[in-house]
Design a protein around this ligand. Sequence first.
Ligand SMILES: Cc1ncc(COP(=O)(O)O)c(C=O)c1O
Length: 372
Amino acid sequence: MLDFSQQDHRRGFRSKKWSRFGPDVLPLPVADMDCTIAEPIQAALNERVAHGIFGYDHPPENAISVFVQHCAEQYDWAVDPEWIVPVGGVVPAQFAAVRAFSQGGQIAIPNPIYHSFPRAPEIGDAQAQAIGSVLQQGRETLDLQAFEACLAQADNAGVSLLCNPHNPGGAVYTQDELQQISTIAHTHQNVLVSDEIWADLILDNLPHHPMAKIDPVWGISILAATKTWNIAGLHLAFVVIPNPDLRVRFQSAIIGYPEVSYLAWIATTAAYQQGGPWRSALLDHLRGQRATMQAFVEQHPHLSMTHLQGTYLAWVDCRALNRPALHADCVAAGLGPDDGEPYGKPGFLRFNLACSAPLLEQALQRFAGVIA
Ligand SMILES: Cc1ncc(COP(=O)(O)O)c(C=O)c1O
């Protein structure tokens, strides 16, 4: 059962989201959710913890086949188990990919973007080249002309980072857009590293197209159960690399990385295998939260918001308010969204909608007071 009633206890468990601001601030930053996890995941973890011995264990026997089945059912994608490289987290996988494929120079990174992305090029002796977005029917998607221009430069590093569904903004890339990206990558011999951590949190009735399915030569898809099933602290990412040459290079780049924790394997396997009904309930809840947020934005002419096709992160353009201290003013008034600046866009606020409906309503009342 989806349960958002335990949220107030999060502070006592040192939640980063609940301890970022003071005790009177309603917290809406950091992409995890205020709900407890699905019962089958909790039961699988309880059983393992009750065993009481935490030595070196193999992953559950069915862990890979369960993920392969998830890809078949959810993305209509036949994944060969050999293509899969497990890594303890999506961000470590991004960084390893840059280390594996960068030849130094410019790496195309979307803007705005989750804050780990612009830091990744450092590890490959490269620089981030921010690729802006274009507004298309209410959604912000990658500027493909700027992307191509970046890859065409003589000092392009030979690898680019993508995020689909996109954080922040929530755009879900279409097959056509991904095919255009793939064509550009082929022309310029560029590895496409696609962070797809949000793939199972699409709110509209749209399919997720993994980059490595669209382009098995240059595409790499990084998938994980961690966002969708609220097990972000139990890091496990599946890096799917159909091209064997790229896979070997990536595997060299993760030598020395810690093994994935056994509890992460257990939680992820239970999530993919038994977490379907819980995810459906979650998506319904998030659609309701999105509607509340959209209605609020529509009532306030100085605000606008891209249509959140996926993710639970509302990306609100507040630039028309012309309030450089808006984020600080929000915190002073008792609500704590993320500031847009670390995502590359000052003047925006990012609201994490994965909270209870009353909390969001209260937060929006406070926001209305700030911008009145
Ligand atoms: C796009 C994206 N990638 C990666 C992460 C973090 O992944 P991990 O905790 O597995 O490193 C997040 C967290 O919000 C994210 O939004």
